[in-house]
Structure formats: structure tokens, C-alpha cells
Design a protein. Structure first.
Length: 387
């Protein structure tokens, strides 16, 4: 019989040591449809809570694309901690102060903004909506606030810049070749970006258990068009910050700061602003909530440069607490992409309108007239008896 032939026995042995990879994990759907299709709806959203956007967006998005955006790295402790941290501080209202109508308008590095809330840099908006970064830029601009565009965008940074009249910053991932980084900076300057945001904390493309289980890969129809992700510089030092500062007259914002030590050195090197962030829990799982890292950075900075905080901001009350702890503005991430998925640029505008309405209402009730008035007087540091 053929089965007894030595070569066949050998073949069976080979099968036992197959190099085929067995996927381990709960029965999840395949990450991507054969042909990737992004949502197309453009229209306003009625939103009660920005956290509701996740579940609604999941219904209209490709499962792998949703998982890539929503999840955090490893056990997602930092991802969840970003939300829990806000629940550990208590607001202290000031009543009977002749409540004035709250004024949300503020300025950030010379830009007049409708609210102290901006769009944080995120890659690949094409996963969320056909309008991609242009849709986000328009929605952010229509809300009267600032758009930060990532190096990992799906559209040319010039096209995105043209989609909004509003202020915009360019987030730079340094590339191995300094000439390539310099070329990106020059393009950003020429396209009207007014600051370079240097991100220092991202050495992996948002790797999460969910995307590994699903075998998620980026759809070939959605290329990263402004830079080659494979060329990202994987080892960064303070000389890299100096290189960027020496390369441009634009202000440089350092993003990913979590410690007073980093903040102090950044100030010594003359950064224009600091963005306190843990990348939305997408990089080093186990680091502190950005909201908990904020006080140390605020103390080290001592008011010398503006501080922006991102990671976990979902409600007007979170914005209020971040400002009370000393941030000058906050940035939001996933809610922007999920509102984009549900309603294109109009969805993004709806999300901003909702969080602004919450902040305005909280300021009114708490007795804060202007953004600059919100400080530690409005916080009870730890839950417990009110003093
Ligand atoms: C899908 C996705 C892509 C991101 N890509 C970038 C990026 O290209 N550059 C960057 O500096 N930060 C990136 N971030 C991090 C965000 O700027 C920000 O730190 C984080 O999303 C804030 O947390 P939040 O989503 O809880 O609001 C990304 C975040 C998400 C969700």
C-alpha cells in the first residue's frame, strides 16, 4: 500500500511539525472583509455621552478596523486606568457666586479656539470613514477648534490642510533618514501647519490582543501616503528634539510626556508646549493614567509653557477636571474617529458640540466663568469627607 511507503510516513511526520499558525483566542470574526469598505454616511449625530459612540460605531465598521482603533495594548490596564483616574477626584462647586454665562473660548499657542478641546493626532482615519483625515479636519474646523494631523495619515497632508480653515498642527514621527524627516517638516510648513508635534512614545503600531487574535492587517487600499511606516526611527534621544527644533521656526510640541523629569528637560530645550499623554493606552501598558501624570508635569512646568492632556477624555466633566489639575487644553482621540465613522465631518462636529455643551453646563453649575478660572479650587483631591 502506498501509505506504507517511507516517503509517505515522512510526509505524516512533516505534518506533525507544521509551520501553519494556529490562531488562539475567542471565536472572533475575520479582521477584514475581502474588500475593505469604510462607512460613508455624512450627517449629524444626537449624542448623550461620547462613550456611546464606541458601540454605535462598531455596528457600522469593519471588525478589525474597529478593534485597531478601540483597543489598548496588552491587558489594557492603562487604557482603563485612563478612565478610572477621573473617577477618583471629586469636584468642588462654588455656589452663590453670581453665576456668569461660561466662556469656553481660549487661546493655544496664539490660536483662538472655540473651546479648550482639540483633535489629537491619529493615523489611518480611512479605517473609520471614506472621507478619512479630510473629514476629521473639516469637522474639527467647523467646531472652531484645532486639528493635529498624524504622519501616518491616509491622505496627503496638503489635501487634509485644504479641508479646513481652522488651525492645524503636524505630528511628526521621526524617520530614520533625517532628510526624509526634514522633507516632511518642509511640506508641513508649506501647507500651513503652525506647529510640529513630536511624539516620543510610539514604537509599535498600536499592538493589541484583539488585533493579534483577529490577524488584523491594514487594508492595501488604505496606504500610509506621507511616509514609509517601515522607516520610523525606533530609537530616540534628546538630540532628535534638537534636530527638529533646528530644522524649523515652527513651535515644537513634545507629545507623550508622563514625568516631571522629561518635562524639565523639554523645557530646558525650549519646547513650546507639552502634551501629557500615554497614547491612549496603546503603547506601554502599566504606565499611569495621563490624568494622574498631569500634576507632576504641571508642577515641573510651572506655567512656563501650555500643557495639553490627552488619553481618556470623554466628558465635559473630564475636561473640567483636567483643566482644574492645570492643563491648558485637552485633546480627544477615539471619540473623534467613532463620530467620523458614524457621520463624517458632521459627526465629528456633533461630538465636539456635545462635549462643549457638557463643559459649558459644568462650568455654569460649578461657578467658573472662563477656562482660565478653572483651577484646583474646584477639586477635592481624594474622595472622602468634604472639607
Ligand atoms: C487609532 C489611533 C491611532 C493613533 N495614531 C497616533 C499617531 O499617529 N500619532 C500620535 O502621536 N498618536 C497617535 N495616537 C494616540 C493619540 O494621539 C492619543 O494619544 C490618544 O488617542 C488619546 O486617547 P483617547 O483615544 O482615549 O482620547 C493614536 C490613537 C489612536 C486611537
Amino acid at each position: 500500500m502506498a501509505a506504507l511507503e517511507p516517503t509517505d510516513s515522512f510526509a505524516v511526520g512533516m505534518a506533525a511539525t507544521t509551520t501553519d499558525v494556529l490562531t488562539v483566542g475567542a471565536g472572533l470574526e475575520p479582521a477584514l472583509e475581502a474588500t475593505f469598505v469604510a462607512p460613508t454616511r455624512v450627517g449629524p449625530l444626537q449624542i448623550a455621552d461620547l462613550e456611546d459612540l464606541d458601540a454605535a460605531a462598531q455596528k457600522v465598521m469593519d471588525p478589525g478596523a474597529f478593534a485597531f482603533i478601540a483597543s489598548g495594548s496588552d491587558s489594557q490596564w492603562t487604557l482603563h486606568e485612563n478612565r478610572r483616574a477621573f473617577q477618583r477626584v471629586t469636584l468642588k462647586p462654588h455656589y452663590l457666586v453670581g453665576q456668569p454665562q461660561p466662556e469656553l473660548r481660549t487661546t493655544l499657542l496664539g490660536h483662538a479656539l472655540s473651546m479648550p478641546i482639540i483633535t489629537t493626532p491619529m493615523g489611518t482615519h480611512g479605517l473609520a470613514h471614506v472621507s478619512a483625515e479630510s473629514g476629521t479636519a473639516r469637522g474639527t474646523g467647523e467646531a472652531g477648534t484645532l486639528m493635529t494631523v498624524s504622519t501616518m495619515a491616509n491622505q496627503p497632508i496638503e489635501v487634509i490642510a485644504a479641508a479646513t480653515q481652522g488651525p492645524k498642527w503636524f505630528q511628526l514621527y521621526l524617520l530614520q533618514e533625517r532628510a526624509a524627516s526634514l522633507a516632511l517638516i518642509r511640506r508641513a510648513e508649506a501647507a500651513g501647519y503652525t506647529a510640529i508635534v513630536f511624539s516620543i512614545d510610539a514604537f509599535a503600531p498600536g499592538s493589541s490582543d484583539a488585533t493579534i487574535r483577529m490577524g488584523f492587517t491594514f487594508p492595501p487600499s488604505l496606504p500610509i501616503v506621507n511616509a514609509n511606516p517601515a522607516q520610523m526611527k525606533k530609537s530616540l534621544g534628546w538630540d532628535d528634539l534638537k534636530f527638529i527644533q533646528d530644522s524649523t521656526k515652527l513651535p515644537v510640541v513634545l507629545k507623550g510626556v508622563l514625568t516631571p523629569e522629561t518635562a524639565k528637560q523639554a523645557l530646558d530645550q525650549g519646547v513650546a508646549a507639552i502634551q501629557v499623554s500615554n497614547h491612549g493606552g496603546r503603547q506601554l501598558d502599566g504606565v499611569a493614567a495621563a490624568f494622574d501624570a498631569l500634576p507632576g508635569v504641571v508642577e515641573a512646568v510651572g506655567g512656563r509653557v501650555p500643557i495639553i492632556m490627552d488619553s481618556g477624555i470623554r466628558r465635559g466633566g473630564d475636561v473640567f477636571k483636567a483643566l482644574a489639575r492645570g492643563a491648558n487644553a485637552v485633546a480627544i482621540g477615539r471619540p473623534v474617529l467613532f463620530s467620523l465613522a458614524l457621520g463624517g465631518w458632521m459627526g465629528v462636529r456633533s461630538a465636539y458640540e456635545r462635549i462643549a455643551a457638557e463643559l459649558s453646563r459644568d462650568m455654569l453649575i460649578a461657578g467658573a466663568a472662563r477656562v482660565a478660572d478653572i483651577d484646583r479650587r474646584f477639586l477635592i483631591p481624594s474622595a472622602g469627607p468634604v472639607r
